[in-house]
Design a protein around this ligand. Structure first.
Ligand SMILES: [Fe+2]
Length: 179
């Protein structure tokens, strides 16, 4: 049994406020893609979905005179750091177990290297997976952040994804038991 479901997350005002800001449709698409590729990475579909859904929860709005200021954003952005901390706090508050909350937070911290100093990181599978799912959903000029979705459609997609994760967890554990 999962302690925290995606539905609990999407119903939470913190998720609605901050993920709504960076694009709910994009977040759900990344969560869906993350689940689809979770088996390739031998990663839990539950962790993949949560990291995918929350990966951009740390975004700040870089508007100047009603326009997105890309220069300012590029220079000052720390959305991955903020997102990791925000997601961790929320997950723990909702009752997520601490090792899982940490893994999800680390995947959010490392889903982009755009804010990091030059260097080579050895990423873990969950961290690579979220970056791949995110990149696969990106549009030129950040268009993916502006796609619209109404709350009911968002909720329905999240409920379906929760069901898919439960099914994947159940079938994987029964295969393990047979083995
Ligand atoms: Fe993203």
């Amino acid at each position: 049994m999962r302690k925290v479901t995606l539905e609990m997350l999407i119903n939470h005002p913190i998720v609605q406020k901050y993920v709504g800001r960076s694009g709910m449709e994009h977040a759900i698409s990344v969560a869906e893609k993350a689940v689809d590729i979770s088996a390739d990475y031998h990663v839990s579909p539950d962790l993949a979905a949560k990291a995918g859904l929350l990966h951009d929860i740390g975004h700040y709005e870089w508007y100047q005179d009603g326009k997105w200021d890309f220069e300012k954003y590029k220079e000052n952005d720390i959305h991955a750091i903020k997102g990791a901390a925000r997601a961790h706090k929320l997950l723990v508050r909702l009752g997520e177990n601490l090792p899982d909350a940490k893994e999800i937070a680390l995947a959010i911290l490392l889903h982009t290297d755009s804010y990091l100093p030059e260097g080579t990181l050895h990423l873990h599978p969950l961290q690579k997976l979220v970056a791949q799912a995110d990149t696969a959903d990106e549009e030129p000029s950040g268009g993916h952040h502006y796609r619209k979705i109404d709350f009911e459609t968002a909720r329905q997609r999240i409920i379906l994804l929760d069901q898919k994760i439960d099914y994947l967890i159940k079938t994987t554990s029964s295969i393990q038991q047979l083995g």
